[in-house]
Write a protein that binds this ligand. Structure first.
Ligand SMILES: O=C(O)CCC(=O)C(=O)O
Length: 324
């Protein structure tokens, strides 16, 4: 019975009904795509089936040739320009040495301070969610003009910061694409960065990712019989999703890479890049890192697995609302 209640969609809709401000962002987009939905309605990839879907610039054209004609790209410094070229081929890029040692030290200090003052806590195991809502300094890492400009170059559209996740130790997350939990229509309108807050050791459970996996078909509820019904979410759960992704990876024989980053390095990944956290081999090792997820402004944002629209803070007002 409890299991069934967790999958009962009207419960989410009632919750959403009271979150109007954070959910209005999808409404003009529902209109644009001819969907008769309210801000609190459930939403999933199946709602968009049969609609014409715009494909992002560098999913259509190769960034190696096409980036050169982007005005935003031309404004970036030469080192960064060079680092972005492989985006279309690989589904990720690495910005070496992006943050200085002093900057990283100040970020770590702030996280320690937030933990000590209990302004943030560990959730779902070892995740610190939304520390950006508690610290102007941390907010500014993700919302910094230069970072935004790099991400907007790669997506060729405007983005807004959605969430941050801090880890002090390895996540040990199974291989997944963010598009199952932070989904968009059109697809591909999420982008993420991973910031190394210390030198990353192979034994500490580094981030891994499969080169080129962003070109695999997006794997959504319908692909593993998890669509559910009008009133209930599908009953397959996340483990079944992970198993299916593993099968997809086995069939496609993609190269697995580990991000053995130096402190201050940044990895940017595509909405559909399959990635996860390696097993922690030495429990004494930390793996300090910070992830930021961003949505493109002009895409419907939702969570495929729970069929819920994304709750978005008002990005413009967020910085001023942070109390320190
Ligand atoms: O940092 C990691 O180990 C994985 C993070 C991740 O998968 C995510 O934030 O989507």
């Amino acid at each position: 019975m409890k299991e069934l209640l967790k999958r009962f969609k009207p419960t989410f809709q009632v919750y959403n009904f009271f979150q109007k401000k954070k959910l209005l962002h999808n409404v003009p987009l529902y209109k644009k795509y001819g969907l008769r939905k309210r801000y609190y309605s459930s939403v999933s990839a199946s709602d968009f089936e049969g609609l014409e879907e715009e494909v992002n610039t560098y999913d259509l054209k190769n960034s190696r040739e096409a980036l050169a004609s982007s005005e935003k790209f031309q404004q970036l410094d030469k080192k960064i320009q060079q680092e972005l070229l492989s985006w279309s081929d690989d589904g990720y890029v690495v910005l070496k040495n992006y943050f200085s040692s002093d900057e990283v030290a100040s970020f770590n200090e702030k996280i320690d301070e937030l933990l000590a003052s209990k302004k943030v806590k560990f959730e779902n195991g070892n995740k610190i969610m939304f520390a950006i809502h508690k610290s102007k300094l941390l907010f500014q890492i993700g919302a910094h003009k230069k970072i935004i400009s790099i991400l907007e170059t790669l997506l060729d559209k405007e983005v807004t910061l959605f969430q941050s996740i801090n880890f002090l130790t390895g996540s040990q997350q199974g291989a997944h694409s963010d598009s199952i939990s932070m989904s968009t229509f059109p697809k591909g309108n999420l982008i993420a960065i991973w910031v190394a807050l210390e030198d990353i050791d192979a034994e500490s459970g580094p981030l891994y990712y499969y080169k080129g996996s962003h070109k695999l078909p997006y794997f959504m509820n319908k692909d593993y019989d998890n669509e559910g019904s009008t009133f209930f979410l599908g009953n397959k759960g996340y483990d079944a999703y992970l198993k299916n992704i593993q099968n997809l990876l086995d069939d496609n024989k993609l190269e697995k890479k580990h991000f053995l980053a130096k402190k201050g390095d940044v990895l940017i990944w595509h909405a559909n890049l399959v990635h996860g956290g390696e097993k922690v081999l030495d429990d004494n090792k930390t793996r300090k890192s910070m992830v930021f997820h961003y949505y493109a402004k002009d895409a419907v944002a939702f969570h495929e697995i729970t069929q819920r629209p994304t709750l978005k803070e008002n990005f413009e007002g967020l910085f001023d609302s942070i109390k320190e």
